[in-house]
Design a protein around this ligand. Structure first.
Ligand SMILES: NC(=O)C[C@H](N)C(=O)O
Length: 372
């Protein structure tokens, strides 16, 4: 190795941060057409619209898809996870930003949160108003995301979603409004931080998740269905999923994971047939808890289903798929059970937000810093 001069050391120290932008489509890249809005803008156009040349950050453009996220399947999610892993493992990349449609952003956030390694942060963002609307929110979101990804304060914070100046942990986030410019909420109810004037401020950390390997080549062949329970629901949809060859089924139970008697019978049949079944909740947040018999979560567990902790059912699908991708059914079930007791991914507040400070101006430390 050749020694570097003092001048080169100074140049290195002053080198602007480098952020890799991976564009996949969504409303942030959509424009009106005769048949409704369609994704069309690519990474370079997004960078230009966000006027990122004015910022002291180098942004690399990468295009993976130009698609609205409601058309994505497991192969797209796997491709995004692999590309993010490739970009974030590069020594010369300080942060990765993914632009993505909001409809299924929580699924992509899940696969990234479960597979991401290392200290390089990953920020997912998008827009709720198309690129050709006069009040589009895309450029602001992208600028904030790039500056946040480039900030040394963001290093080691894993996978986050940035929307309308708010930062959410990727694991546990849900789209909770169809059209609002801040359409996301976290099941913990807490924000990780806010971005103001392009500067991130953090108030909380999320506990680290166990790292799972990247999707294999056969990941996209997996079938993990999501079935919702409701008054009058019978076992028809669970049976149909089983007959279609589902490897896993996530049931969005009523309340604390109560599927109802008919569904419990279908769950038992699916488990007997070798399907990995997990029961969560169709409520916005909270865990499936073994409280009720007579068709409740107690019976679902007896039938062989795993009860999910406080994780959105949409995201649990990705957890089941990744576990099934790399393990036998028995191992996947055991890992899912141990996951349930680990309580990982929980958001812990460290400081009150500034407007919540007490009169002395002190910020309250509510939990120890636990970034690993
Ligand atoms: N706001 C959005 O990005 C929604 C869009 N339909 C998508 O998910 O691609």
């Amino acid at each position: 190795m050749t020694a570097i001069t003092q001048k080169e050391v100074l140049l290195l120290a002053e080198a602007p941060a480098r952020v890799a932008l991976l564009a996949t489509g969504g409303t942030i890249s959509s424009r009106a057409s005769a048949s409704g809005a369609r994704a069309q803008d690519r990474a370079e156009e997004l960078i230009a619209a966000a006027e990122l040349h004015r910022e002291s950050v180098e942004v690399e453009a990468h295009d993976l898809a130009v698609e609205n996220s409601f058309n994505f399947g497991f192969s797209d999610l796997a491709a995004i996870a692999r590309e993010v892993a490739r970009l974030s493992s590069r020594d010369d990349v300080d942060g990765v930003v993914v632009t993505h449609g909001t409809d299924t952003m929580e699924e992509t956030a899940a696969i990234l949160a479960l597979t991401h390694q290392g200290e390089t942060p990953v920020i997912i963002t998008g827009a709720q108003r198309s690129a050709d609307q006069s009040d589009t929110d895309g450029p602001r979101n992208l600028r904030d995301a790039v500056l946040t990804a480039a900030s040394p304060a963001t290093r080691g914070r894993g996978v986050m979603l940035l929307f309308a100046g708010t930062l959410h942990a990727g694991w546990g986030v849900r789209k909770h409004h169809t059209l609002a410019v801040q359409p996301f909420a976290h099941v913990s109810g807490g924000l990780l931080g806010r971005v103001q004037q392009g500067r991130p401020q953090y108030y909380a950390v999320s506990d680290p998740l166990p790292q799972l390997p990247l999707p294999s080549v056969s990941f996209e062949k997996l079938r993990v269905d999501l079935v919702m329970a409701y008054p009058g629901a019978d076992g028809l949809l669970i049976n149909a999923a089983r007959e279609a060859g589902a490897d896993g089924i996530v049931v969005a139970g009523q309340g604390a994971g109560n599927p109802g008697r008919s569904m419990v019978r279908a769950i038992e049949d699916a488990v007997q047939a070798g399907v990995l079944v997990a029961v969560g909740t169709r409520a916005f947040a909270g865990e499936a808890a073994p409280i009720y018999g007579g068709g409740g979560a107690v019976d679902a567990r007896t039938a062989g289903a795993s009860l999910l902790t406080d994780v959105p059912v949409t995201q649990a699908r990705l957890l089941l798929a990744l576990l099934l991708d790399h393990s036998s059914l028995a191992e996947a079930r055991a890992q899912l059970e141990s996951w349930q007791t680990s309580g990982r991914g929980v958001v812990r507040r460290q400081k009150k937000e500034p407007h919540m400070q007490d009169k002395s101006g002190a910020q309250w430390e509510l939990a120890p810093l636990n970034l690993q």
